[in-house]
Design a binder for this molecule. Structure first.
Ligand SMILES: [Zn+2]
Length: 360
């Protein structure tokens, strides 16, 4: 019987899989009337704004933002952080400066908002052997945390996150001047060295190094002989990243140096790699503020629940559930869930719920 079913069904899957044409992508399910909060998403590749249900959008973010073989509790923590991020923008509590997509709440550019992929495209990319398993994990992470967001003293938080902290996360104000939040504080982040993107080595010719700096600082003067002797790291942030670095007569922030040389992080050392070559080694991947995705995976694999992960990376926060149905109309006007005691309730402790990872 099983063989017959497989014989009949498998060709169907294959035909269906091959039938995903470009005209169908991205595949977006119609939001369910009265059931979904609607989010407006600027699809960067398509250059258009699409409307979709918030929970469907979150599935696409989890699928795009985190490897699906990460612990299920990490995937859930990702879903909660992504939902909080999105809801903060939907309700206009948080907005990007010089917002390039005023007609949409978020965009699909991961360097600006959050990465997102539609279900069909994700499944096609994963391949037929993994597609259903992976999508099931993503769906489960989102459905088991449905509507849950993060608050600090009753206010929705700005749920920033990054790929790999390199061992310690950052205080928000050390990365963005003037951006400070009591819940975005530096914490040790274990197990990062086991995650992807922990250490990256970049080699650059000294001539190119100076040239690149000169593009940004035309008046820079550096030692013509030993370039390294003119480079000095002055101080470090609490998260262990370079705070300021002096090169010749110019002093710049570590974050600025990172940007100029497109480095994975501002946690770097510079060494000589040869006669005319410098070697820049970075630890971590991303700005380092808020939840580390690799750190979340490490916690999940060691028995941490999504709630423990969230409360570890965002200090002093609580989890609450937003109403995904009743406030639909109000939400569009920015008057959605007010996070008063009437409209929210505290999600009970989920404990050490690590049973899922053995089932995958
Ligand atoms: Zn954006």
């Amino acid at each position: 019987m099983t063989i017959i079913v497989i014989t009949i069904l498998l060709p169907l899957f294959i035909v269906k899989g091959c039938g995903i044409g470009i005209e169908e992508a991205p595949y977006i399910e119609k939001p369910k009337e009265g059931k979904d909060l609607i989010i407006k998403v600027y699809l960067k590749d398509e250059d258009r704004v699409a409307e979709m249900g918030l929970e469907e959008y979150i599935k696409g973010v989890v699928a795009a933002e985190m490897p699906t073989d990460f612990g299920i509790e990490a995937l859930k923590a990702q879903a909660v952080a992504a939902r909080t991020y999105a809801y903060g923008r939907m309700t206009k509590r948080y907005a990007a400066a010089n917002n390039p997509h005023p007609d949409a709440h978020v965009c699909t550019d991961h360097t600006h908002c959050q990465a997102w992929v539609d279900r069909k495209t994700a499944m096609k990319k994963w391949g037929i052997l993994n597609a259903f398993r992976n999508w099931n994990r993503v769906s489960r992470a989102v459905e088991e945390t449905e509507g849950i967001v993060i608050v600090y003293e009753g206010e929705l938080i700005n749920a920033l996150y990054h790929a790999n902290s390199g061992g310690r996360t950052e205080n928000a104000e050390d990365v963005w001047e003037g951006v400070s939040a009591p819940y975005l504080r530096s914490v040790a982040s274990n197990g990062e060295e086991e995650g992807p993107g922990y250490r990256t080595v970049t080699e650059i010719k000294t001539g190119d190094f100076i040239e690149t700096l000169r593009d940004h600082y035309p008046d820079i003067r550096v030692a013509s002989g030993d370039l390294l002797s003119g480079i000095r790291i002055n101080d470090y942030t609490e998260g262990g990243r370079v705070k300021t670095i002096s090169i010749g007569n110019v002093t710049l922030k570590g974050t600025e140096f990172r940007k100029i040389f497109s480095l994975k992080s501002a946690n770097f050392i510079i060494e000589r790699a040869g006669e005319n070559t410098l070697k820049i080694t970075t630890l971590g991947n991303g700005h380092g503020v808020g939840m580390s995705q690799c750190g979340a995976d490490y916690m999940a694999r060691n028995g941490g629940s999504f709630e423990e992960i969230i409360k570890y990376y965002y200090k002093g926060v609580k989890l609450v559930k937003i109403n995904l149905t009743e406030d639909r109309g109000q939400e569009a006007r920015g008057k959605g869930n007010s996070f008063s005691h009437r409209s929210v309730y505290i999600v009970p402790n989920s404990g050490n719920n690590n049973i899922w990872r053995w089932e995958m």
